[in-house]
Design a binder for this molecule. Structure first.
Ligand code: NAD
Length: 428
């Protein structure tokens, strides 16, 4: 029998249903929250360089905005589907709620591969996307951000189109703008540093000292580089890093017993976070198979690359020494592997809490843009630390009080907050 295709929205709804049952949510609230509030599907005609017009499909989903303007990224991806966007929009609602920032959840996208588009075609696609959506997004309604294969330049084109149509300056309409053009300092560091802020609290809770902490990390991209940066700053050590090799079309792990050095690895990595094997060997790194990062005798594992990495096939290979897993990536652990991790008593900090530093900093960007007054980097990062630490403590208290896993506790907090906002507005 053919395998049923994976549907991320069905998975997001199943996760929601499990927590709705724990919370004993009433029927109307459950029905409201397991579906998006609004969905848009549209066509964007773009004049290509050779003069012909190509029509791209676009999506935008606003899952919930009871707690504030919706927030979520715009993805450019050739395999984009409305169900992916629906699932991601729902996860954004829970992410903004668990860190208690006054925003809802949304996600958008266009079916395309920007690698095959010129800069001019990408600009016209961004402007075309805004021409379809400008009435239903904006600083007080729904604030997009960069996501898979979109960047600060795309955001700036989108902002410019929005401001041209509206006839004014509305820098709080979008985040992820370049610094100096309405962007926030600290955004680059925010997700990785956020992961380390929650890890620090977690170690404290488990009676472990950051100075003795040894970690292994999957990925060497925007998130993991800043994880390594701050973890080393607070006295910890990362002995293994794994990343994807474009030439070999496979992953490798890079091991150094005394701890990997961020600066030297950066100097031999490409802009996609791929480390040069030969140069790493010259610098004294041992090159191991891609999955070796997971098998290390360390205290902490930090998957910070892509989804579906800890599965029933490899969860048994996690060393006995591992006490903590902090999910820097989105969805790195499959539900069955999650169960096995729980049964082994490994403490896991779930993705939508651990990597919420990015959206929290986007919120700070929005606040700064709306005020047209920009903070110093230290101010941004110390506010981020406060938010992430208090979110962690709230989830940890809930987990202990109701004897739940950290993942279920985070969901319980997030969904209760959104349900309460809907109730208080008398929507249900
Ligand atoms: P990135 O593209 O900058 O880096 C990804 C890294 O993962 C690269 O080093 C790449 O070589 C590596 N990688 C890819 N496939 C791999 C594999 N099979 N095995 C080992 N390594 C592999 O991405 P990023 O922005 O650092 O994002 C990482 C994860 O964190 C993603 O799941 C993303 O959704 C999530 N996330 C990112 C942010 C953010 O602010 N960047 C915020 C929230 C969540």
């Amino acid at each position: 029998m053919a395998k049923e295709p994976f549907n991320p929205f069905a998975m997001a709804q199943a996760q929601f249903d499990k927590v709705a049952a724990i919370l004993d949510l009433d029927q109307a609230t459950g029905e409201l929250l397991r579906w998006p509030l609004r969905e848009y599907q549209f066509s964007i005609p773009v004049r290509m360089e050779d003069g012909h017009v190509r029509v791209f499909r676009g999506f935008h989903v606003q899952h919930n905005d009871a707690r504030g303007p919706a927030k979520g990224g715009i993805r450019f991806h050739p395999q984009e589907t409305v169900d992916t966007v629906r699932a991601l929009a729902m996860w954004m609602t829970w992410k903004t709620a668990v860190v208690d920032i006054p925003l809802g959840g949304s996600k958008g996208g266009a079916v395309c591969d920007p690698h095959n588009l010129t800069q001019g075609e990408q600009e016209r696609l961004c402007r075309g996307w805004i021409r379809r959506m400008w009435r239903d997004i904006g600083p007080e309604v729904d604030v997009p951000a960069p996501d898979v294969m979109t960047n600060s330049q795309h955001m700036l084109w989108m902002l410019d189109e929005y401001e041209t149509i509206r006839g004014g300056r509305f820098p709080g309409m979008i985040t992820g703008k370049p610094v100096g053009m309405g962007g926030s300092l600290g955004r680059m560091e925010s997700t990785g540093y956020g992961v380390v802020y929650v890890l620090r609290e977690c170690l404290r809770e488990l009676g472990m000292r950051p100075n003795d902490a040894v970690a292994s990390v999957q990925g060497f991209g925007s998130v993991s580089q800043y994880v390594i940066d701050l973890l080393t700053q607070i006295g910890g050590k990362v002995t293994c890093v794994s990343c994807w090799d474009q030439n070999d079309q496979m992953a490798h792990s890079f091991f150094k017993k005394t701890g990997v050095q961020l600066k030297e690895l950066r100097s031999i990595a490409d802009r996609f976070g791929g480390i040069d094997k030969g140069k790493a060997r010259d610098l004294g790194y041992e090159i191991l198979p891609g999955e070796a990062w997971l098998e290390q005798e360390v205290d902490i594992l930090i998957p910070a690359a892509i989804e579906n990495q800890i599965t029933t096939d490899n969860v048994g290979k996690i060393a006995k020494s591992v006490k903590v897993i902090v999910e820097g990536a989105n969805g790195p652990t499959t539900p069955d592997a999650d169960k096995a991790i729980n049964e082994r008593g490994i403490f896991l900090v779930p993705d939508f809490l651990a990597n919420a530093g990015g959206v929290t900093c986007s919120y700070f960007e929005q606040v700064q843009s709306n005020q047209n007054y920009y903070w110093e980097k230290d101010e941004v990062l110390s506010k981020l630390d406060v938010k992430m630490t208090s979110a962690y403590m709230g989830v940890s208290d809930m987990a202990q009080k109701r004897k739940l896993s950290m993942r279920d506790a985070a969901y319980v907090i997030a969904i209760s907050r959104v349900a309460l906002a809907c109730k208080n507005r008398s929507w249900v």
